[in-house]
Every structure is written in C-alpha cells, then in structure tokens.
Design a protein around this ligand. Structure first.
Ligand code: WTA
Length: 655
C-alpha cells in the first residue's frame, strides 16, 4: 500500500507577525541559520547559555549506539538547582514562580524563594524515607503546587518520578507503580473537580492492595497531601501525611549534581496495543530543549509574562510547559486545579482577566468546546492581557485556529501550533512567533536544531504538495532515551520502520505545502483508503468545522462494499446555530459542503449529529470507537475514555 496521503484542503490565509511583536520577540531568524550551520554546536551553545552546569560537558552528542542517544554525557547538572536556587541566587527570589487557583477559588502565590524552600524540605523528607538516586517515585496528585514540589524534590535527590494522571483508575496506577517498581507513592486525599471532591487516596489503597504479587511488594511508603478534606483510610507504618513529614524536615538541602544522562522521569503513554510504555527522559538534554522552546517558541519573558499552560501534570505537556521549562527559565506560571467549565463556562477567561495572563497554551479540543458554547462567553471578559496563544495535542482545524485568533486573541495575537509527543519531550515543529508568518492549521517549521521530513514508505522525501509519513531525521536533545525496562520495544516501536535510514517514526501523517512547510494530518492508523485514495481524517474534519454550524467533527473510514472504505462523520453542532435553525436537512447540507470544499471523494457517506465525541482524558478523539459504531460492531475497549458513558449516548444517537 502506498504511504502517499492525498491532499484535499486548500488553505491560503497567512498572518505575518506585527513589527511590534517581532521587535520584542526572543526568537530571531538568525537562530535558524546558526542551527543549520552547526546543529550539534548550536545545541551545545544553548545548553551552556540557558542552563547552569555543575560540571561542564565537553561532548555534545554520542550517537555511537543508535537509537540510544547520549547528550552532554560527561556533564553534570542539577535540574532542581536550575529551576529553583539559581533564580534566588540571581536576586529573583521575590518573583512569583507559581500562581495557584483551586477550583473552589482558593489562591496561592508562591515566590521562587518560597518554592525553593519548600522543595528543599521535601527533598530532605524524601531522603529521610530512604529515597535517593535512581529510586522510582509514583506521583498521583491533583493539579496543586505540591505536585510540582514533589516532582522537583525527586529531581533534587536524583530519584526518577513517574507521574500518573489523577483521573486514572486504581488498576492503571497499579500497573504503572508495578512496572517501575516504585518505592514511594505521593498522593493527596483528593482534589476538586467539577464542584466536588474527587478522592485519590482510596485508589492508591486499592492499587497497593495485596493481590499475591504487585506494587505492595516494592512500595514502602505513601505520602499524602491534605487537600480534599476527606477522611481517609490509613495503613499504619506505610502512610504518612505530607505536612507532618515535610514540615518537620530540615530547611537546608544542597542541590547535588547528577550526570546529564541521569533519568529525570518516566511517563507512561498508552499505545494502541499492549501495556502502557514507560517513556524515559533524561536530565541535561531534556531540560535544554524544554527551556529553549519555552523561551523561543512560547516567547516567554520571565520578568513580565504570566504563562498559563492548561495541561495537567499527568501529561508530558504539564511536565515540560508547567514545571520544568518555565521554571528553568525563571518564569511565572499559572496552575489551575479544576475544569474549564466549573463553576461556570467562563472560568478560563475569568482567570485570564483576574491574573493578567499574557500567554495561553491549550489544546484544540478545549478550543472547539469553547466554540460549541459560543463566543458570547469569552466576550464577557477582558482578555486584553493576552499577547500570544499556543495550541498542542491534536491537529488544529483552520477554522478553530481562526476562532482562537479572533475571539480570544482580539484578531492580533500570534498563534503557535506546536507539534510534539510524550516521546519527543518538547516541541519539535512550530512557527516561531515574531519570525514565522503563520498559516491557520499548520505547525509549519521544525524548531531550530531539529530536522524532520515527510517521507514515503521507503523513507524517500515526498515532494512539496504531497503527504506521507512524518519522521525525525536526526537525534534531538529531549528525545526519549528508551522504554523503561524494554529496549526491544523502544527499537521496534519507533526505529524499526526506517532502520536503514536511522529515522524516528512518529506514527503521524503529514504533508508539505508548496513552501515545504508541514501540516499534520493525524495518526497514520486513522488514514482511510477510499476507492484507492488515502484520505486523512484531519482535512475532512477541518472542512466540516469550516461550516458555520459545526463546532467539532470526527471522521472515520467505515467498511464499504463499493469503495473499500467510506467516509463517515460524527459532528457536534454549535449551540448558537441550533438556537436559530432546525437540524433537519443539516446532514445533507454538510455532505454537499464537504464535496464543495475539498472534492466529491471526501464527501461523507453518512453524517451523524451527536452531542459528544469519545475523547481520552488528555482530550484526543478516539476514532477507533467511532469506527466500531460506523461498522455496526460491538464497541471496543472504552477504559481510557474520559467519560465512559459517551459511547452509549453516541450509539443511541446514531440509531
Ligand atoms: C498529536 C502531546 C497535530 C500527534 C504533546 C502526536 C498533534 C500526539 C499536535 C502526541 C499538533 C500533538 N498538531 N497533532 N500541534 N500536537 N499532536 O504524546 O498525533 O500526548 O503524535 O503528546 O498528539 O500526543 P502526546
């Protein structure tokens, strides 16, 4: 089968950065030139310029044993020192590191001096529990400052953290704690979500329950932050209150340096098959690219910006753009505990107004759900502090991009659509604000020092104007260093497809436009073969979202006797449209619309109007479940869905 992906969508809008923005931007075109002239030298320069090294490195990249990379291998670094102490020593101890708002409205502002002091105590507390270099610690927490403090304390003592998203079940926690053989679990009694306390500690108790074999054999202690105010069951000898242990710990703690390749964390990502993979990240290389992209891609100016990345710390975005990157830069980050619609649908915009957020980094799925409820909600708030917007997690449809720019960005803020993965550790493809003329819906250009390509099945580059498979063609500083405990799986999953070329295969489809710039087309597994044409889900979904009535769309290929696969679409209609129009006949109109927008081949056979789409907890649409519905099959495994009831609602609406 050819790997060529047909390209249907025409999108020619372009926005050049304003001279004012460009004049103040951290990034310049010169960065690309320097990186192109000497890629490794460029990264070495960035690592030295942006980070403090306890022991300077002399080697940049060791790629003698691919795909196992080493960056800055003979250097020694303390990630915690870089995120904390050095800012205090530089006289910035009074600067706010974290602005926290809980869902019930409680507020905390934590300065760099305070955060450093807290992490020092927490590090002493961990050491008093026997946790040190190389030990694994599971963190299962709500979005509260102690989550970041716990991560940084692990980093400070050289322990490897594995953050498990607080919305995951006891079983998911159990398998992750078990796989990494964690010695300590840090959790909370609960956290606030959707207006009530969602308990966490009971899930930990269940995960650690004795079932013959498992995590109860390695976990010695459970450290519990008091947040939700719930009564909790207590296992004497094992369970300890965070406030008892951390408050009692000594205040002084010296940040020791560790080798650059010391693992900083494991983060599990659920693949399409099999058990979750423990993606392993390093210290020096990871932090270099994390801080670089915070500075240049997100254009954070630590003295003046208030940066809000809305991701939970349970995802990689929360690691790189809530904790490590912004703090290494000395920036002020916003941390919000709850959901965007609690207690009212304008909560995000209220927070932006209240704290004067200047840079907002969120996901297309959030943007589309705001589109569904309508612009009158954000328009009630003063969003004029915003000067830059970012998007991550899924392809952003051009119309969602335009809405984001017009409604949230007052028709002037630049948008950076950043493509990356848990495995890449930090942004890989994105416009650089102030430099790149942006195109709605495109991630466009690799970050300086990153090399990517779009290739066919043989690894040969496709021509401009064509689609294929996205690959990273040379090692990068924040690349995953492996899959925890499973080097074969690491090679097989990411490097086997183009082994002869040494390319990393990301699993995504992409196309190059006439300028050679990159547009993401969604996961290759979701590409549909319709009458011999390979169609990406993204472009058809974008065409649907471009219709005035549609807020969200998901497209799948359903089995079809005539064409092999037929396009089937599931759409969510905007509330504003429904208040003025009857939905009758809309499906027919949308079919014609797609035909007109991108051609008859893409015209959906069926269009179902639904009220919800199946999404993972990180907001990605699970098309495989919709495929089951479209094919009339029993719906497959729904355990990773954010809301497991959604599939029965959709099945009923389709019938
Ligand atoms: C998708 C999230 C298009 C992609 C940081 C990737 C995107 C997967 C974008 C990784 C984007 C992420 N445009 N697609 N800007 N950003 N993706 O591991 O399919 O949760 O492979 O990392 O999300 O998801 P992950």
């Amino acid at each position: 089968m050819s790997s060529q992906i047909d390209h249907l969508l025409e999108e020619n809008r372009e926005f050049t950065p304003s001279p004012e923005f460009a004049a103040n931007a951290n990034g310049t075109a010169e960065l690309y030139e320097r990186a192109a002239a000497d890629r490794e030298g460029f990264w070495a320069e960035q690592a030295r310029e942006l980070l403090h090294w306890h022991k300077p490195f002399t080697q940049t990249l060791d790629w003698s044993n691919p795909p196992f990379a080493k960056w800055f291998d003979d250097g020694e670094i303390s990630v915690a020192y870089n995120c904390l102490d050095r800012h205090v020593e530089a006289g910035n101890g009074d600067r706010t590191a974290i602005i926290f708002e809980g869902e019930p409205g409680d507020e905390r502002r934590i300065s760099y001096a305070e955060l450093t002091a807290e992490v020092k105590k927490a590090a002493n507390a961990l050491e008093s529990l026997g946790i040190g270099h190389g030990d694994r610690v599971a963190i299962y927490m709500p979005m509260i400052p102690e989550a970041a403090i716990a991560m940084l304390a692990c980093a400070r003592v050289g322990a490897i953290h594995s953050v498990v998203f607080g919305g995951f079940s006891a079983d998911s926690l159990r398998s992750r704690v078990d796989d990494a053989a964690a010695r300590l679990v840090i959790t909370a009694d609960g956290g606030y979500r959707k207006g009530r306390v969602s308990a966490l500690k009971p899930a930990v108790d269940m995960a650690l329950a004795d079932r013959g074999h498992g995590p109860q054999e390695t976990v010695e202690h459970v450290l519990v932050v008091k947040r939700g105010g719930n009564d909790v069951e207590w296992t004497e000898g094992r369970d300890l209150w965070w406030h008892d242990v951390v408050e009692a710990a000594p205040a002084e703690h010296e940040a020791k340096a560790f080798p650059a390749e010391n693992p900083l964390y494991i983060l599990y990502t659920s693949g399409t098959t099999g058990k979750p993979k423990g993606v392993v990240h390093s210290s020096g290389g990871y932090l270099t690219q994390a801080v670089f992209t915070n500075k240049y891609t997100l254009d954070i100016h630590p003295e003046t910006d208030i940066f809000w990345c809305t991701a939970d710390i349970g995802w990689v975005t929360g690691h790189t753009y809530v904790v490590y990157g912004p703090l290494a830069l000395g920036a002020t980050v916003m941390m919000y505990e709850g959901t965007p619609d609690t207690p009212h649908p304008g909560r995000f915009w209220e927070l932006i107004q209240k704290y004067g957020i200047t840079i907002l980094y969120t996901a297309p799925t959030a943007i589309r759900s705001f589109m569904k409820s309508g612009r009158q909600i954000p328009q009630q708030f003063d969003l004029s502090s915003l000067r830059l917007l970012g998007s991550v997690g899924e392809p952003i449809n051009p119309e969602a991009w335009m809405w984001y720019r017009e409604v949230i960005g007052a028709d002037k803020t630049p948008i950076v659509d950043t493509w990356w993965q848990t495995e890449t550790g930090a942004t890989m493809i994105s416009p650089m604000p102030g430099v790149t003329a942006t195109k709605p819906g495109a991630a466009q250009v690799p970050v300086p020092g990153i090399t990517v390509d779009v290739v066919d099945e043989n690894g040969e580059p496709v021509d401009n104007g064509n689609g294929g498979l996205l690959v990273v063609t040379s090692p990068w500083p924040s690349m995953l260093r492996g899959v925890w405990g499973d080097p074969e799986r690491f090679k097989e999953t990411y490097w086997a497809k183009f082994a002869d070329k040494g390319y990393y295969f990301a699993g995504d489809g992409a196309r190059k436009d006439e300028d050679g710039e990159i547009w993401l087309l969604g996961r290759v597994d979701d590409v549909m073969n319709v009458a011999g044409h390979r169609l990406s889900t993204t472009e058809i979904e974008s065409a649907l979202v471009a219709h005035e009535s549609v807020a969200e769309a998901a497209v799948v290929g359903a089995v079809d006797e005539m064409t092999g696969k037929a396009v089937v679409a599931f759409v969510i209609i905007k509330e504003s449209y429904l208040s003025q129009h009857a939905p009758e006949g809309l499906a027919g109109q949308l079919r014609l619309w797609v035909g007109e927008q991108i051609g008859p081949i893409a015209r959906p056979r069926d269009i179902y109007i639904v009220s919800e789409l199946p999404k993972t907890r990180s907001g990605k649409i699970m098309r495989r479940l919709l495929r089951d519905v479209a094919d009339g099959h029993e719906v497959g495994d729904t355990t990773t869905l954010a809301d497991t009831a959604v599939m029965s609602i959709i099945s009923a609406q389709v019938k």
